[in-house]
Design a protein around this ligand. Sequence first.
Ligand code: FA5
Length: 332
Amino acid sequence: MLDQIARIADAGAAEVAAAATLDELRAFETRLLGKKSELNDLKAKLGGLQPDERRTVGLAFNDARARLEGAVESRRAALATAHRAARLDAERLDLTEVVAGRRLGHLHLVTQALERLEDVFVGLGFTVAEGPEVETDWRNFGALNFPPGHPARDMYDTLYVDYGEPGATLLRTHTSPVQVRVMTSQPPPIYSVMPGRVFRQDTADATHLPVFHQIEGLVIDRDITFAHLAGTIDAFTKAFFGGGFASRLRPSYFPFTEPSAEFDIIRPDGTFLELGGCGMVHPNVLANCGLDPEEWQGFAFGFGIDRLAITRFGVDDMRDLITNDVRFLRQF
Ligand code: FA5
């Protein structure tokens, strides 16, 4: 009987290892380990053996069963992995595939603008940092010198997230909370840009989207002045748009910068486009982030990437960026 059990186990294990599909494996499993299996038939004969013999054969029987079960499990895992890999391969969609000499896909124009912005700022000596899209009220507003109830909060039509205390968690309305993350996680000097997606309850129109992109810049070092800010914005404008473009700053107000300015780019034909806000980092913000305003100064800026992308690519209506019309997207 022992020989018979060993033979069943050897033959069964070989069969299982050769199973070509999951269905075939399931059939082998039923035949080898199911109620009507050869092993089960043998088991029924155990009762007729002497007690000593019964123990030895019983152990051999259990070993054979365990061996076959192990073989089935490992073959099942191998077939499942292969099946998954084959499926992924079959479903793979190559967006860069070239059909009849033309690419099928390419980066969205906002992504193209974002990557180019990062390149320009890395070329100017900045590092790139990122933060999450769901933020605390503290980083989005509080640390940036917007106390609760401050009227400047109304400028940002905020979308709150139902998490924790009411009003404590939100979808970030600008990339400025990443400034707070950077200042509280690394010592100055800091020269960073922070691109990302931001959210406001704005109605979509030709120049607004409810979900759009900004890039934030932050410099914290000793003896930083407004002249460094103006020089950086101008260097950026020329590097990004070309030598024929210039920049200009107009007085403005943000709670987290003092003084604050809006900055415009001036096109070679003399027309201008408002791009974003900037200013010297407010001493309260430095203190909120654990930095001594007597020792460290800095500037920050933040501007809209979607607005910059439509200008650069000559698009009239910002809503075209999100309608996913391939006839539009193909042009860029
Ligand atoms: C801010 O968001 C400030 N955090 C900018 C800043 C950073 C100031 C650092 C000082 C220091 P504002 O709300 O103005 O500011 O938005 C900045 C830019 O984002 C705008 O100039 C515009 O280019 C873009 N923007 C704002 N709202 C929208 C929108 N709904 N759709 C597309 N772009 C938008």
